[in-house]
Design a protein around this ligand. Sequence first.
Ligand SMILES: *Cc1c(COP(=O)(O)O)cnc(C)c1O
Length: 342
Amino acid sequence: MQPETVTVASGRPARTPGAPLNAPITLASAFVPGGESEYGRFGNPAYDAFERVVGDLEGGRALGFASGIATAAATLSLVRHDATVVIPRHGYNGTTSLVTSGAYEVRLIDPSDTAASVAAFDGADLVWLESPTNPAMEVGDLPTLVAAARESGALVAVDNTFRTPLRDRPLSYGADIVVHSASKLLCGHSDLVLGVLATRDDTLYERLRRHRTLHGALPGALESFLATRGIRTLAVRLERAEANAAALAERLAGHPAVSEVRYPGFGTMVCFVVDDAERAQRATESSRLVTYATSLGGVETTWERRRRMAAEPDTIPAGLIRLSVGIEALEDLWDDITEALQ
Ligand SMILES: *Cc1c(COP(=O)(O)O)cnc(C)c1O
């Protein structure tokens, strides 16, 4: 089946008479002995539907976690505490903060520079890839980078939050683990925090599952249900938001207040630079339709000046606005954006 069909059809209960079409939210900490799981920290049927649909989409076995960052923590548990870890210099700043807070030897790469990235993989234990980076929007040649990282003997994880399995499937070209912040596009409605990862390797799956059980960063039953429901409409949300994003990127490139647009030609994220940082800040706070907020991937369009975040490196321009494009009518978005920029 095509991935668009999988988003709708996977993770449904068996079609027995009287069965619900959707997997129910199972609110239970304990289960009658003799089944798959006796206690909620070991598993819950409410995770199964979510994990099945994400696993089917990514082409592996999935595990839900309490947040996207918990999937990064679980992945890091696979290497020694003093391991050599390669991460993008402009990757998601929560992941960067997590990796640099440990005893790891950290190597920063620009994934759009293939030769320099590959050189940094030499002797690495874990290579963490993200493309496009957030919010620098550097785009890497992921199949080449994944192959080179594997060749060097490193474990390879790809954060697929920005592309989703409808646009890229890193396990299919050799990544060991693919991770998501399901709080973003998978859920799509800005109403939960949740993470999920997938792997084809049974040994890795068991180690990651054991980490989840021991450390307790479990998905919630309600969050798993809502994210599964969100995935049902992912294909249409993505198509609409991407069309809006492409049109806005083109128009912003011609706007007199905008000096640079960073849009890789796909996806729902558009970053652009307004030379005057104060003007960028005022614009994002004065829009009426576009919401001034962090996060991304919801049906509603949001924006923020990224450098207002203390953790954002100063290699990101002070006037860079990160726009997460939603599914509203294009002309309403454009009217609001141009008015706010004025
Ligand atoms: C938000 C985000 C994360 C972290 O996920 P949480 O669900 O907030 O813990 C990781 N990677 C990317 C690319 C993100 O945008």
